[in-house]
Design a protein around this ligand. Structure first.
Ligand code: HEM
Length: 273
């Protein structure tokens, strides 16, 4: 590029970056100092979701297996496929079973979407459990992340409840009897047993229409809303706690051993003669 062209590009570039429009969107210069890096992260709607600094090792996929990310992805898949199913499913005990059969046989892509919803639900229970184990194994429940661990426990329970409430909706034998057993188990709880049973089933004996509508409302509105709010707090907390907890720094002994190894490698090989 000739000198004249370059200076033209430079002048245009500085005109753009110094314009009021540009400066109203990008309020800070190039993030080349720690202060500017923080300001850029805080002042941008997309970047502010991330912490200013993250440990390089904690970013490795082999450290988290992205299990939290996978759980979130599955939650999105479940929400989208769930909305699709809501267009056809009617929570009425006389037609719910037939509804599901129709979704699978008569609705375009119905079988695919229903199976995606079912598989994603099973997988989410697996990924959330593995994510919890990973967090525990890495000691990421310790301060300052103890509050996020508590939010995580609430998310775990919400995931299990979503799975439990969804199980009844097809109104098939396995779902019907599973919820019958589950709600009967609740009635054995001390003091609140009967109240817990009636809260679940909506009637004093057995599982019926009041149970179905109750489980449906919780499954499509109450629990997903609770999960979404908890996830927002969970992600916000991850950012405030400085991103994922990285592996612990090497101990003094490990550092000394590494130094000794390096020194030994540098030493000349003794002559054999
Ligand atoms: C719907 C369920 C959940 C979702 C969507 C979710 C999402 C996430 C994501 C995306 C991360 C970032 C790191 C990663 O991907 O592993 C994370 C970190 C974390 N999660 Fe979860 N999570 C869920 C459930 C849980 C549960 C059940 C617990 C524990 C009881 C938990 C506790 C934590 C903690 C303490 C961190 C910070 C980990 C660290 O600093 O290394 N989460 N979560």
């Amino acid at each position: 590029m000739s000198t004249t062209n370059r200076s033209l590009v430079d002048r245009t570039w500085s005109k753009v970056t110094e314009s009021q429009v540009w400066r109203s969107i990008f309020r800070h210069g190039y993030p080349d100092t720690p202060l500017n890096q923080s300001l850029v992260m805080m002042g941008n709607v997309f970047l502010h979701l991330h912490p200013v600094k993250v440990s390089r090792k904690a970013m490795k996929i082999t450290y988290t297996w992205c299990l939290g990310g996978l759980s979130f992805f599955l939650f999105l898949v479940l929400t989208i496929t769930g909305v699709f199913l809501m267009f056809y499913f009617v929570p009425d005990q006389t037609i719910a079973y037939a509804n599901i059969q129709q979704i699978q046989s008569a609705v375009a892509f119905g079988n695919l979407v229903r199976n995606m919803h079912r598989w994603a639900a099973h997988l989410m229970v697996v990924t959330v459990t593995l994510h919890m184990i990973r967090v525990f194994y890495h000691g990421a429940y310790k301060p300052p992340r103890e509050f996020n661990w508590v939010i995580g426990v609430a998310l775990f329970l919400t995931t299990l409840l979503l799975s439990f409430t969804g199980y009844l909706l097809p109104w098939d034998q396995i779902g019907y009897w599973a919820i019958t057993v589950g709600s009967n188990m609740a009635s054995y709880a001390p003091i609140f047993g009967t109240a817990a049973h009636n809260f679940l089933t909506g009637q004093p004996v057995g599982v019926g229409q009041p149970t179905l509508i109750r489980f449906y409302t919780l499954h499509v509105i109450g629990l997903p809303l609770a999960a979404a709010i908890l996830m927002a707090v969970h992600f916000w907390r991850i950012r405030k706690d400085g991103g994922e907890a990285g592996p612990p720094p090497p101990s003094r002994r490990e550092i000394e051993q590494a130094r000794a190894r390096q020194a030994a490698e540098r030493e000349p090989v003794a002559s054999l003669s």
